[in-house]
Design a protein around this ligand. Structure first.
Ligand code: TPP
Ligand code: SF4
Length: 290
């Protein structure tokens, strides 16, 4: 049966503020899975804690909202348990690049086949507007009353250093690009990081939709850019201060973790939605890690 947007809608009304960028992330991800013909019973969202993390409750699919900064270990475990699932980890820049950064670097290095969406509003919103590692220098927040003293963390350059195999940035003001990037990320055979600039209307008075429109450059407008060249990706990120959108880097040669994990049978699920459990594979994986 054909999958439609209706299949992904539930009756929970988002309590995001009017004008929050996160609405577009929700729309973009739902349209991407529908365009790819993926049914909701095959989708899992492991969400972080934050305004952003509420997204798992606003989508009719499997969802987990666990601990702040811990969406990635849960997501990787789910994917390894069942390769039939399309797995997302989704959360804020605080969730992913502050408390969760330790998990993020290892997930990128490991390369499990899943998609990590960071909804980047450049601060902590749910807890009422504190600085995050992505906050711009000078931004006044409740924890930086004289303005942030440091420059924002380059999560993009960290990702490249961790040998991430799909790296993209998008902006909620361009839903078509956002949706296309999600589709590419989902289809990539390995770990994809999509950092989405998703403005917080309530606490971030600087990085507004208008600010992003003025300051972002589309990677396809950079003449001759080759997104398979890692050095070129570093250079562009340095030159544009990370303020680029599009697919920044793609590597199809690094094997995904599933194919190198010993005693792991990619064809047979460890645990399935039908509640079957592969005890034999579980035992041999335990032997491998003992
Ligand atoms: C271990 C732990 N520390 C702190 C918190 C409090 N807390 C909840 S959400 C959050 C930050 C949210 O910021 P971000 O991840 O950027 O998401 P946003 O709300 O901006 O979407 C913090 C610090 C928590 N829930 N758990
Ligand atoms: S506080 Fe900011 S991030 Fe949270 S729902 Fe409102 S606009 Fe969105």
């Amino acid at each position: 049966m054909k999958v439609t947007l209706k299949d992904y809608r539930n009756d929970v009304k988002p309590d995001w503020c009017a004008g929050c960028g996160d609405y577009s992330v929700l729309a973009g991800i739902q349209r991407a899975v529908v365009n790819l013909g993926i049914a909701p019973e095959n989708v899992v969202i492991s969400a972080g804690i934050g305004c952003s993390g509420k997204i798992s409750g606003y989508t009719k699919a499997y969802g987990v909202q666990g601990l702040h900064g811990r969406s990635l270990p849960v997501a990787q475990g789910i994917k390894l348990a069942n390769q039939d699932l399309t797995v997302f980890a989704m959360g804020g820049d605080g969730d992913g690049y502050a408390i969760g950064i330790g998990h993020a670097v290892h997930a990128m290095k490991r390369n499990v086949n899943m998609t990590y969406v960071v909804m980047d509003n450049q601060l902590y919103a749910l807890t009422k507007g504190q600085m995050s590692p992505k906050s711009d220098e000078g931004l006044i927040t409740t924890t930086t009353v004289d303005g942030v003293m440091e420059k924002p963390l380059s999560a993009m350059k960290i990702a490249l250093s961790c040998e991430v195999t799909f790296l993209a940035q998008a902006f909620t003001g361009d839903i078509k690009q956002l949706m296309n990037i999600f589709e590419e990320a989902i289809q990539h055979e390995g770990f994809s990081l999509v950092n989405v600039f998703s403005p917080c209307k309530t606490y971030n008075y600087k990085n507004t939709p208008e600010w992003y429109k003025e300051n972002l450059t589309k990677i396809e407008d950079i003449e001759g850019y080759d997104n398979t060249n890692k050095l070129e990706a570093f250079r562009i990120l340095e030159e544009y201060n990370d303020l680029v959108t599009g697919i920044i880097y793609k590597n199809d040669k690094k094997p995904k973790y599933e194919t190198i994990l010993k005693n792991y049978d990619i064809e047979k699920p460890l645990a399935h939605q039908d509640l079957t459990f592969n005890q034999e594979m579980f035992n041999s994986l335990c032997d491998e890690f003992r």
